[in-house]
Design a binder for this molecule. Structure first.
Ligand code: GAL
Length: 415
């Protein structure tokens, strides 16, 4: 079989049957390796294949892209950047300001991006007034995913407040299942923590503590309550939580081994992949007490500066990403809201419709702000200072008193 294929290729070459023009290709570095993520990515691969652009995959497993960022640094340092890389928030700014990004102004102009991309995303898609990245979605982190059968068994309504949330977790504990599925890693701990902070302090407090880094807010009684709540929530995890990948925790909720998971809306991709239906098999709600607010993280593809031969494929990919039909096809699988304004929600399921509505309302009200855990609130140095304190506290290495002293100090040192 192999020999025959080789003989054909050889004959084709000799007879001049090989394509005269090199195939357009994009090499894309990303961390979408979980089932739902990979399914969404296929939508993009297929779209580009139809336009004659081949896809060279550079997947780097690891939720939220921690490992992917190390791999990207290595490639750029070696002088061989990929065509495009999935990036978030302040990492976009880092690469953009260092002069590694290709200029996408022409594609942006031809496709009206200025008008179509919401301001909070645009602030990260551009560097010094030039488009350097194309946003693919609007995810948000303050979501709760609940197993519907466990909820029905509890006789409770989906929780709207933290107290109702705790009551639901107690009921799940009583059912003999893991009440709260959690994967212990700094980004996952902080994804939970930022939802708790928002729930307890509200948007003004989140802004003060997380966005403005106000020292008084960082060691306030409200922050104390947030850390104490984290300790309480830890009591609802199972023994094996440490180091577990986010999608394995989602699988526990899907199978009914756990009652609920706090996670961004990429979790929906796992439910859909397992052929589960919103409101029938699972329930998606804003994390109790955070209704009306959206902590967003938008995946964006930055194109790297390469030779002239790579530009057509880069431009095709950039234009494809913000195309309306692609935005629908991709985001309904990924769990996110479209990255362009005004896309119809008709094809989205109940969770998708809710996400789109929440995002539109929060943008209008000015209550869509960046997720800390996913790089949209602070640069890496400060984000990592938060990560250290949140994770050490959750793992019992710091008391709440110590966390309240350590947090402002770690942030001041990182500034
Ligand atoms: C987020 C990213 C999502 C999803 C998630 C888990 O940072 O924005 O698209 O991939 O990580 O890996």
């Amino acid at each position: 079989m192999r020999i025959r294929k080789f003989a054909f290729v050889l004959a084709a070459g000799v007879l001049g049957l090989a394509p005269a023009k090199a195939q357009e290709q994009v090499e894309v570095l990303h961390w979408w390796t979980a089932g739902g993520e990979a399914a969404a990515l296929s939508v993009l691969k297929d779209n580009l294949a139809k336009q004659g652009v081949t896809w060279k995959d550079m997947p780097v497993a690891g939720g939220s892209g921690v490992q992917a960022m190390t791999a990207l640094r290595a490639r750029v340092t070696a002088g061989t950047p990929p065509t495009a890389a999935q990036l978030l928030g302040f990492n976009l700014r880092d690469w953009g300001s260092q002069g590694f990004a290709a200029n996408l102004d022409d594609v942006a102009k031809a496709n009206d991006w200025e008008k179509l991309v919401p301001e909070p995303l645009k602030a990260f898609s551009k560097d010094a007034g030039h488009w350097v990245a194309v946003p693919v979605n609007i995810h948000s982190t303050n979501w709760l995913w609940i197993n519907k059968a466990a909820l029905d068994k509890s006789g409770l309504q989906p929780p709207k407040t933290l107290d109702e949330f705790i009551a639901m977790l107690d009921a799940f504990k009583g059912q003999g299942i893991t009440a709260l599925a959690h994967g212990g890693s700094p980004w996952q701990d902080t994804t939970l923590w930022e939802a708790v902070v928002l729930s307890i302090g509200g948007m003004d407090f989140y802004r003060k503590a997380v966005l403005q880094l106000d020292p008084a807010a960082l060691k306030s009684d409200t922050m104390r309550k947030a850390f104490d709540t984290m300790t309480k929530l830890r009591g609802y995890f199972d023994k094996g939580f440490s180091g577990r990948d986010w999608n394995l925790s989602t699988a526990m909720v899907i199978k009914g081994e756990a009652g609920a998971q706090e996670m961004g809306d990429w979790a929906k991709g796992e439910f859909i992949g397992a052929k589960k239906t919103p409101d029938q098999d699972f329930v998606c709600i804003r994390f109790p007490g955070t209704q009306g607010n959206v902590l967003f993280n938008a995946d964006q593809f930055m194109m790297f500066k390469l030779g002239a031969k790579d530009i057509p494929a880069q431009h095709k990919m950039a234009a494809a990403v913000l195309d309306t039909s692609f935005q629908v096809a991709f985001n309904k699988v990924k769990g996110s809201a479209p990255a362009r304004l005004g896309v119809s929600d008709a094809e989205f399921d109940a969770c998708g419709k809710k996400g789109i509505k929440d995002v539109a309302e929060a943008i209008a009200a000015g209550t869509m702000v960046g997720s800390l855990a996913h790089g949209y609130a602070q640069p890496d140095s400060i984000k990592n200072a938060f990560f250290d304190v949140v994770t050490q506290h959750l793992n019992g290495q710091l008391t709440t008193d110590q966390a309240l002293t350590r947090l402002p100090a770690a942030i001041a040192a990182a500034k």
